[in-house]
Design a protein around this ligand. Structure first.
Ligand code: ASP
Ligand code: MG
Length: 407
């Protein structure tokens, strides 16, 4: 007898019919004699609808009230799924995050889980019930409803799996797993049978939207076996797991990309200690996240300074730079918001030389100019002009033979 946590995303519970088919699916697990906790998202589109309503009331919706509002989407689906199960003869009970209780800090709209009281769930499971828990939400010490950030139901599921020491956590979604890259860009993209936590973390932070990043961090930290699979087609999906020797055969596991990039350059900056903080301090002060940073070697006492930001912050960052340009005695501010970041990710990079040069040669052969480069132990990212995104992704996919199964 095993204990599983199943999570169903918004499209999987997007209508009464779909909720009924989720009920049928989990009924089979129950009949097998396994224990099951089901975490659900709100019906697809519902969270967006609620946020839009809030925006009609307040320019900057109050965090506490916003959480109270947007947490209702998940409460609806838990109750409906529980009813659907009871209707087909399966004992079931629904819980909100606050009822469980899933205790979080008090940072509204992006709260972190602090503790989970597993007792009510364990009692229900022991009585043979399927327990249905609302994703995305918790409660702070004062009893205020909190939410965990967009896509947060993934994190609820993983956190419950960790707390309950579940055998496996299944994330049912509208794609059948994690792919080598986005199949809409490269139709030859292949579903991965396995990927490591570290790689998944890079893929998620570099633009792959299959799982909330926090859920992957959580799964890695507590070693929760995590599987992503489709609720619409049969299949084993993708297992996210610790590194194994057989996985080392793949040099590169995937190609991620991010279109929401922009870069800014300050040229002719006098080269003295403290310049970087004089430039980036005000940027951070305006709550703008900086990604890649490059400072050239100084020549004649001056240097060039380039960094990337989210495209939405481009205008704001440029204004700030224009203000400090004169103050620093720099020459001028330039910028480009038609750039993208393309990254190759793989733990195989650790033990193989020449990955970077293959990447750069591949792009050169296609006539794609690399504007910026950054690396970590298991990823290499380049900034290129937006118009080259598709070409770069496809060329790299072919160069690293990602269409071929590794094992
Ligand atoms: N319903 C929330 C959202 O749309 C949480 C989730 O689906 O994971 O972001
Ligand atoms: Mg999601």
């Amino acid at each position: 007898m095993a204990l599983y946590v199943y999570k169903f995303g918004g499209t999987s519970v997007g209508s009464v019919e779909r909720i009924k088919s989720v009920a049928e699916r989990v009924k089979k697990i129950h009949e097998r004699g396994d224990k099951l906790v089901v975490v659900v998202s709100a019906m697809s589109g519902e969270t967006n609808r609620l946020i839009a309503l809030a925006n009609e009331m307040q320019k900057q919706p109050n965090g506490r009230e916003l959480d109270s509002l947007i947490s209702t989407g998940e409460q609806v689906t838990t109750a409906l799924l529980s009813m659907a199960l009871q209707e087909i003869g399966v004992p079931a009970c629904s819980y909100t995050g606050g009822q469980v209780k899933i205790l979080t800090d008090n940072v509204h709209t992006k709260a972190r889980i602090v503790n989970i009281d597993d007792q009510p769930i364990l009692t229900d499971l022991a009585e043979g019930k399927i327990v249905v828990v609302a994703g995305f939400q918790g409660v702070d010490e004062q009893g205020n409803i909190t939410t965990l950030g967009r896509g947060g139901s993934d994190t609820t599921a993983v956190a419950l799996a960790a707390a309950l020491k579940a055998d496996e956590c299944y994330i049912y979604t509208d794609v059948d797993g994690v792919y080598t890259t986005d199949p809409r860009i490269e139709p030859k993209a292949r579903r991965l049978d396995k990927i490591t936590f570290e790689e998944m973390l890079e893929m998620a932070s570099l633009g792959s939207k299959v799982l909330q990043i926090r859920s992957v961090e959580f799964a890695g930290k507590y070693n929760v076996a995590l599987r992503v699979l489709s609720s619409f087609t049969e299949g084993n999906g993708t297992l996210i797991t610790y590194e194994e020797s057989q996985m080392e055969q793949a040099l590169i596991s995937g190609i991620a990309f991010n279109r929401d990039e922009a870069k800014l350059t300050l040229t002719g900056v006098p080269d003295f200690p403290g310049v970087a903080s004089k430039i980036l301090g005000p940027i951070a002060g305006a709550n703008i996240d900086v990604d890649m940073i490059i400072q050239n070697i100084g020549a004649d006492g001056a240097t060039d300074f380039t960094f990337t930001v989210h495209r939405n912050d481009f205008g704001k960052a440029k204004d700030i730079l224009n203000n400090i340009c004169a103050e620093l005695g720099a020459k001028k501010v330039t910028g480009d918001d038609t750039i993208v970041k393309v990254s190759i990710v793989g733990v195989g990079m650790r033990s193989h030389a020449g990955i970077a040069s293959t990447m750069f040669k591949t792009l050169a052969d296609e006539g794609i100019n690399i504007q910026m480069i950054s690396t970590s132990e298991i990823k290499i990212s380049v900034v290129v002009a937006e118009k080259y995104l598709e070409l770069a992704v496809r060329a790299l996919h072919a160069a690293f033979e990602l269409e071929k199964p590794t094992i």
